[in-house]
Every structure is written in C-alpha cells, then in structure tokens.
Design a protein around this ligand. Sequence first.
Ligand code: HEM
Length: 509
Amino acid sequence: MELTWALLASAYLALLALITKVFYKKRPLRKLPPGPKPWPIIGNLNVNLLSSIPHQSLHILSKQYGDIMQLKFGNYHIIVASSPEMAKMFLRTHDKVFATRPALAAGKHIGYEYSDVAWAPFGPYWQQARAFYQHEVFSDRKLDSSEFIRVEEMRNLFSRLHSLSGKPVVLKDHLMHCKLSSINRMLLSNKYFSESKNEISILELDEIREMLQEWFSLHGMINVGDWIPWLSFFDVQGYVKRMKELRWKLDRFLDYVIDDHLARKGERDFVPRDVADVLLRLAEDPKLRVQLTMDGVKGLLLDLIAGTTHTTAVLVEWAVHEMMRQPHIIKKAREEIHRVIGINRWVDENDFSQLPYLEAIIMETLRLHPPGTILTRYAMEDCNVAGYDISKGTTVFINTWGIARDPNLWESPTEFSPERFLGKNMDMMMGHNFSVLPFGSGSRRCAGYKLALRVARSMLGNLLHGFNWKLPDGMKTEDVCLEEQYGLTTHPKVPIAIIMEPILSVHLY
Ligand code: HEM
C-alpha cells in the first residue's frame, strides 16, 4: 500500500515538473533601471507627480535615482532620461526604436485620431505628412513667399501697441493675436475670426484663443485613464469630457473653413492658393501612398495653427519676463539693434546674422525656458539601452528642462545670462548638442523650427527696437514672476502687463 502511495506521489510530482517546463518558459533575468518603488494599482502616479509641475518633480527624482530611471504609471513602464548621454541614446543611437509616441487620449480626441503629425505613429502616414509640411509650408521658398503676411501682421501689432502707449498691456494676448492672424492667413488665406464687434466671422478672437489655450493645457495633463485603463471609463479628472467638448468646437471651426474652401473649389478657373486647398486636393488623390481623410486634413491644419501661435508667443513672453528683471540686457540689446538697423526701418526676418546679442538672448531663453519641457517617445520593440532592458511598449520621457539646468553642464544654470551664448551658433539648438534640446532631436524633431525662429527673432527684435518697456507704477523688477504653468508649452504662471512706449518715428507704426 505504502509503495503504491509513494509511486503515485512520484508520478504526480514528475507530471507537475513536466507541465511547468512545457507551459512556463524560464524568464531570463532583465536588468531594469533604478527607480522609486511603485504603489499597488497606481504605481508612481502619486499625488506629487499629478499635482505638481512634472518636469520639476522628475528632475528632483532623477537626482536620487540617476540619469536613467524607471517609474510605473499604473501598470505601464516609464523610463525617464535626464542627461545628455541618455538623451542621445534614445534620440540618436536608438532613434528608430523610439521614433513614435504613446497613444494617449489627447491624441485620439484632439489630435484627430492620431492623424496630426505630432501624434501620428511612426510609419508611412507620418512620413508622408512630414514631407508635406516640409515642401508646402516650411521650405525656404514657401517661408520667403509668406513673409509679407507676417510683416503686415506684425505692423498691425505695433500700431495696436502704439495706440495703447502709456497703458499697461498684457503682452501675451497681443502676441497670440498677431501669430494667429499670420498663420491663418498663411494657411487659409483668411483670418476666420473677428477682432471687433463690427466684424462677423465663425469665431471671435477670444474664442479661438481660448480653444488653443485649452488644446495646449489638455495636452499637458497626466490623464489617469491613459495609464489605468479600467479607470478610463470613469474619467475621474474630467479631462476626456473637456477633450470631447473642445473637439466639438474645433470641428465647428475647421468644418467651416473646409466648407468655405470646398465652395471655392467649385468655381471656374480654380487654382489652389493656400495650404488648406492643397490638403483638400490631396484628400481626393487616389494615388496617395496613404489615404488622407478629412480628420487628417483637420489634424494637419491644427498642428500648424496651434504650433505657431503658442510656442513662439511663449518664447517671446519668457524672454520679456527675464529681461524685465535685468534692464541692462534690454539696454544692451536695443543699442545693438539701433546701431545695426538704424531707426528708420523695422528689423527683418533676415537681419539676425548681424544681431549676435539678440540671437544669444533667444538661445538663452530656449535653454532656460524651453516651451516643451519633456520629449515623449515610445518603444516599438525591446531594446537594450546603456545596459538596461527596455521592453516594447515602454514610454520614454526625456527631461530637456532638467538637462538644460544641470549644474554639471552649465555654469550658474538658473541665471539668465545671454552672454554664455555670444559667439555660438543657433545650430547647436537643433538636436546635435544633447545638453540643450529646445526643438527635440532625431526623427521627431520639431517640424516648424525654421518658421519659429524667423518669427521669434523679428518679433522680439522689433519689440526692443520700437518700444521702451516699463513696469506699471509700484511694480519692481524683482516682482516679475518666473513661476511656471505646465502644459504642452510651459508658460509664465502670471502673465506680465507692461507699458510700451513707442520710440521710433510715428510713420513707422
Ligand atoms: C519656439 C518655438 C517652438 C519650439 C520651442 C518647438 C519645440 C518642439 C518640440 C520640443 C517638439 C518635440 C520634438 C521631439 O519630440 O523631439 C516639437 C514638435 C513639433 N513641432 Fe515644434 N516648436 C516650436 C514651434 C513650432 C511651430 C511654429 C510649428 C509649426 C508651425 C511646430 C510644429 C511642430 C510639430 C508638427 C511637431 C511634431 C513633430 C513630429 O512628431 O514629427 N513647432 N516642437
């Protein structure tokens, strides 16, 4: 009897061993980057990360865990890179593995089902869309031919500021107004918003400004439903509800623009006159490598409109905030401009090569206040990075804000000092020098940097050239706020109101 039991027990154990061997392959040990211990269910999505400014929290965490660290958002792995060496690993060495973005709710709802360039997954559609931008919008020829629009709109801005001289103006609103008018005319041949009660249009200026503000804010939120999918149904933070509301408003605007263009297309002797016309013609092209849908047309237009209005306005805004705290920089920059340009004309988009101090101010602003503080990537396959095993499906954050403030790389890193860039070339900001990456790097580098730089240089240059800047009575230079408001573009938390006093001849305004 005992022998039978012993035989049965041995047979059972042998069977168990066989099943285990067949069904459970031994997992090789994976080497993972260090990181804080995740909590059950939420992982490291703790209150600190959700409520604070993410690039600042990640910067602090990376000091403890190193320049490559692992977090968990819900059940998903996140890798944070915080040094030039690690940034280079993801953006250059393994660019092909990480050349896509995670599919988050913002991309679905307000990135037109991932059909704009910024959200589109790496592949033929994204390549086709970037090539379209390159040829139809950002080539030097196209940018030169639309310069007159930007010049006209900038003059309109200066004449508005001239009429408000002596009164405090919230510069941010005026910069966005100007950028919005320019880009809509460049892309759509029309502004499509009204600037006063006497004009009638599909939207008022304030409405479109608020829509774009919301677009940028929602892109910057950490939406818990993206990382804990079973919670997405409840939309606990209400972000998806806001995205859907915004999508409705965007559709109303963009459908109107598209219908207006389609109506003109029916006219005799029609020739495409703007980017929207060309996109609508492509949407009907059966030979296109990847079909372009109406959502795609809207997504591609929206990227350009939003990309231009906020980013460049935020860059100029930060420069003004920093300079108002150090008036000697304003004086030095204005002296350079008046010496080189004289006082009888405005600064052109092409004058920058003769204005090294202005260029250094823009570079220093891009270092200290990169409008996009974190670059986002997504692993398309398993990859070994710096000896660590990164699995397919991992999201990667590259904290460019933290890198550009690293005391090991930059002397007095939090100090605004344009002098550090005197004699240096803007090329170093274009993704080759991994200690300063305001436009990103690799395949997903900013598509619109050429336009951005033309606009920022002439805008900031002319604000210095044509106006004295004064703080309102009772406000001291040290009162100018440098706190950040996080979003897809991180902008000053408290917008500055300054008094702009014209200094050139009246006929120029
Ligand atoms: C100061 C101005 C600007 C800054 C600092 C800036 C910065 C950036 C950054 C950091 C990225 C992410 C790059 C990466 O992931 O490696 C980006 C992407 C992008 N930017 Fe800009 N940008 C600016 C202006 C513009 C303008 C004016 C446009 C268009 C009119 C634009 C269009 C885009 C697009 C479409 C992408 C997505 C590229 C892709 O995923 O393939 N940007 N930008």
